[in-house]
Design a protein. Structure first.
Length: 420
């Protein structure tokens, strides 16, 4: 466990907030599908002397001198990423997933060009064309949805029809709240008909692909993959762009720097390299497999108790609960009551939700973080019971206080890496 003695002396206010967050994470259950815990080695790599160094450019082609060791760590990160995802090229400099997507768009398109992406209400991401983003002022976005929300099957026939009519420059696969696996081959066939690029935003499932539990879009001929490096990949917060062919990677490099970003955050690239190295080990494949086993088990637990899940199950690490149909209360209320007992998830819209985004009908939850702590199928039953008990007793403060104590006692059996 890190001691932070220098921080305590320099800034007690920040120190105590940090200690409070460490206790919150240790004593609580993290069910937000996009969150995870990093290893102590990744945590150490995030705070190091590379913070003191500017490194604009790429290995062997920097603007400033003194790059001997920055080139070593970035080259390691690149080579490990390429091996992990069978990529022809990797750019590990994007500061986050959204900047990676922005740089990718500008590498492949001109202002006014069209992107086809998943509708946000059916599981897509803000950067896939939501009207609140600045991207929609620059590019045109058309959307696709699920054909059947009971199974989660995407409407590939409608996707093809819209693609033929709108001629998007990019057909984008990817999501932030979709519990099923995408048929990349069908999307690639549609893109080939109109000469479009194929891009997969695998931010949520990168670790499941790296762990060989979900299909790699490159195996079906996709051109580009963008991703975050945290979530299921269990690395530091950051982004990455991968291309199947090395030549296309040159466009991505130019778009990232100097096109969109300045100096890379080299200490985070060091941490990315460490995380990629961890993901290349055989035990990471078992970790990824256990994430999905846990997710499927928890989904079945809920469905056996007549809780309505969007798409009636999951193929990956996450699930969506229709709270209005299941409990008669909106997702925000479920999120709030679970926060009170030390269980964290997030409110989320369900397909074609009639409620507003900040007061939606559903919640999203996932299993990456709890799997990192060593929880398996039998623990999913315990967590499921905790969740239903909290919702049932939501108006009883004493019952919730007792449940919070039960959650804390349960969590202490499963240490958080580097914290507890």
């Amino acid at each position: 466990m890190f001691t932070y003695t220098d921080l305590l002396a320099a800034d007690p206010d920040i120190y105590h907030a940090l200690m409070g967050e460490m206790k919150r994470q240790s004593d609580g259950v993290e069910l937000i599908a996009s969150e995870n815990y990093v290893s102590p080695a990744v945590m150490e790599a995030m705070g190091n002397v590379f913070n003191n160094k500017y490194s604009e450019g790429f290995p062997g082609k920097r603007y400033y001198g003194g790059q001997e060791f920055t080139d070593i760590i970035e080259t390691l990160a690149i080579e490990r990423a390429k091996k992990l995802f069978n990529a022809g090229h990797a750019n590990v400099q994007p500061h986050a997933g959204a900047p990676a997507n922005v740089a990718m768009y500008f590498a492949l398109m001109e202002p006014g060009d069209t992107v086809m992406g998943m509708d946000l209400s059916h599981g897509g991401h803000l950067t896939h064309g939501h009207p609140v983003t600045y991207l929609t002022k620059i590019f045109r976005f058309v959307r696709y949805k699920m054909k059947d929300v009971e199974t989660g099957e995407l409407d590939y026939d409608e996707m093809r029809k819209v693609a033929l009519a709108e001629k998007p420059k990019i057909i984008l696969a990817g999501f932030s709240a979709y519990p099923r696996e995408v048929n990349y081959a069908k999307m690639k066939a549609i893109a080939d008909e109109i000469g479009a690029y194929t891009v997969a935003d695998m931010a949520h499932i990168a670790g499941l692909i790296a762990g060989k539990q979900l299909r790699n879009p490159f195996d079906d001929g996709f051109d580009v993959i963008t991703t975050t490096t945290h979530k299921t990949l269990r690395g530091p917060r950051g982004g990455m762009i991968l291309t199947r062919e090395a030549e296309l990677g040159k466009k991505m490099d130019k778009s990232v720097f100097p096109g969109f970003q300045g100096g890379p955050i080299m200490q985070m690239i060091a941490a990315k390299a460490v995380a990629f190295g961890e993901a290349l080990k055989p035990e990471f494949q078992e970790y990824a497999a256990q994430i999905i086993r846990n997710s499927k088990h928890l989904a079945k637990f809920f469905m056996d108790r007549h809780v309505k899940l969007v798409t009636n199950g999951t193929d990956n690490h996450l699930m969506l609960i229709d709270c209005m149909q299941s409990f008669g209360i909106p997702g925000g209320e479920v999120e709030t009551v679970l926060d009170r007992v030390g269980m964290t998830l997030n409110k989320n819209m369900i397909p074609d939700d009639t409620r507003k985004p900040m007061d939606p009908s559903g919640v999203r939850l996932g299993t990456p973080a709890i799997t990192t702590r060593g929880m398996k199928e039998k623990e999913m039953d315990i967590l499921g019971e905790f969740i239903l008990r909290a919702i049932e007793k939501r108006s009883d403060p004493r019952a919730l206080e007792s449940l919070h104590s039960d959650v804390q006692n349960f969590c202490r059996k499963y240490p958080v890496p580097g914290i507890s």
